[in-house]
Design a protein. Structure first.
Ligand code: ATP
Ligand code: LTN
Length: 339
C-alpha cells in the first residue's frame, strides 16, 4: 500500500451508470479499493455516462442512474471533501482528448480488445456502433486527462488498462517525455473477479441473470435468498479449491472480503460443517454489511440539492485539472487550445 508521500500522486477510476444498483462485483472488485486509496492518493472518481451511451440507454433512465450511481459512491465511502467526484459528461475535455488519442490508436489495436469482440459478437454487425469500438480509447482519455498513476479496477479491465499504458507511452515517444503519465492498474487479486452465483465460471455482471447477482441495493431478504440458492459444487467438504470447487471458492472469497478473514481461516472455522451452514452465515454477513450502504444511498438520493452541490463542486475541480492537461497535450499535437 502506498505511503503518505503519495498523496501528490493521483488515482482515477470510473463506473458506468448502466443499472439502478451496483452489484457485489463492482463493490468488491473496484469501489472498496476506491475508498481505501483515498488515504494515500489524490483520488478522482467519475460516473462515466459517456461510456454508458454505448449501450443505447433511455435518456430519462440514464439521467436517473447517473444520480443513483453517484449516491452509491458516496454511500460506499467516497469522501467528496478529500476526493473529486464528478459526472464525466460535465467535463468536455474527455471527448476532446479521445479524438486526439483516436488519431494515434491503431484500428487493429482497438479491434483486439476482447470486451469489444465479445460484445460485438453478441450484437451482430448492425448493432455495433463506432462508440462501442472506441470505448477503450475514451477510457484511456479519462485516465490520462488526470495524469493518474493508479487505476483501481476489476480484472476484466486489465486489457483496457494495457491500452491506456501503450497510448501514454506512445504520446511520450512521439510528443516528448512528460506528455502523459503512464498509469498502472491497481487490481486486488482476491476480489479481482467475483463470479455469478448461478454460474461460478462467469463473472458477476449487470447483464447476467438476476439470480446470479447480489445488487447492493437489494432488500435483505432478496440478498439472503440469492446466497442460499447459490450453485455449489459436488462433494460436501468446505475447502479452498477455486479450480475444482468454483462455487464454494466464490462464496469464500466474498465472505473473506466482507469480514477480513482469510479463506483458509474460514475453511478451518467450517471444518466438518455443511455447505448450507456457510451459506446461512454468509447471507447474514452480506445483509448486515449492505444494510448501512442501502440506508446511506437512500439518504443521499433524498437530498437532491446536496447531491447536486457535491457533483457541481466535483466537476469544477475535475475541470481545472482536465483543462490544464488537455492544454498541454493539444499544444504538443499542434492543435489549438480552447480559450
Ligand atoms: P458489468 O460487467 O457488471 O455489467 P461493467 O464491468 O461493464 O459492468 P462497470 O459497471 O463500469 O462496467 O464496472 C465497474 C467496475 O467494477 C470495474 O472496475 C470492473 O472491473 C468492476 N467489476 C465489474 N464486475 C466485476 C466482478 N464480477 N468482479 C470484480 N470486479 C468487477
Ligand atoms: N470501462 C470501465 C469503466 C471506466 C473506467 C474508466 C475505469 C470508464 N473509464 C477509467 C477506470 C478508469 C468498466 O468498468 N467497464
Amino acid at each position: 500500500m502506498a505511503g503518505v508521500s503519495e498523496l501528490n500522486r493521483r488515482a482515477f477510476s470510473g463506473i458506468q451508470p448502466t443499472a439502478d444498483s451496483l452489484h457485489l462485483g463492482n463493490y468488491l472488485g473496484a469501489l472498496k479499493q476506491w475508498v481505501e486509496l483515498q488515504s494515500s492518493f489524490q483520488c478522482v472518481y467519475s460516473v462515466v455516462d459517456l461510456h454508458a451511451l454505448t449501450v443505447g440507454p433511455d435518456p430519462a433512465a440514464l439521467r436517473q442512474r447517473v444520480r443513483a450511481t453517484a449516491a452509491q459512491f458516496l454511500a460506499a465511502g467516497v469522501d467528496p471533501e478529500r476526493s473529486i467526484l464528478f459526472i464525466q459528461s460535465q467535463v468536455p475535455e474527455h471527448a476532446m482528448l479521445t479524438w486526439l488519442l483516436n488519431c494515434i490508436t491503431g484500428f487493429g489495436e482497438a479491434g483486439r480488445m476482447t470486451q469489444f469482440k465479445d460484445k460485438s459478437a453478441r450484437l451482430g454487425e448492425k448493432g455495433v456502433t463506432v462508440g462501442l469500438f472506441d470505448y477503450p480509447v475514451l477510457m484511456a482519455a479519462d485516465i490520462l486527462l488526470y495524469d493518474a498513476h493508479v487505476v483501481p479496477v476489476g480484472e476484466d479491465q486489465r486489457q483496457h488498462l494495457e491500452l491506456s499504458r501503450d497510448l501514454a507511452e506512445r504520446l511520450n515517444a512521439r510528443y516528448g517525455e512528460g506528455t502523459a503519465v503512464v498509469p498502472e492498474a491497481y487490481i486486488v487479486k482476491s476480489t479481482a473477479k467475483i463470479y455469478d452465483l448461478q454460474d461460478p465460471t462467469a463473472k458477476m455482471s449487470k447483464t447476467g441473470h438476476p439470480s446470479g447477482i447480489i445488487e447492493l441495493l437489494d432488500e435483505p431478504k432478496v440478498i439472503a435468498k440469492r446466497i442460499k440458492a447459490a450453485v455449489t459444487d459436488s462433494g460436501m467438504e468446505i475447502t479452498w479449491d477455486p479450480e475444482n470447487k468454483p462455487g464454494i471458492a466464490n462464496l469464500l472469497s466474498i465472505y473473506s472480503a466482507l469480514t477480513g478473514k482469510s479463506p483458509q481461516q474460514l475453511v478451518q472455522e467450517y471444518e466438518g460443517k455443511m455447505y448450507g451452514h456457510l451459506k446461512v452465515d454468509l447471507a447474514d454477513v452480506a445483509v448486515e454489511a449492505l444494510r448501512p450502504f442501502r440506508e446511506k444511498t437512500a439518504l443521499f438520493l433524498a437530498d437532491p440539492s446536496q447531491l447536486d452541490a457535491i457533483l457541481d463542486q466535483g466537476a469544477a475541480r475535475a475541470s481545472e485539472i482536465a483543462r490544464q492537461v488537455y492544454g498541454r497535450v493539444a499544444q504538443r499535437f499542434g492543435v489549438s487550445v480552447p480559450r
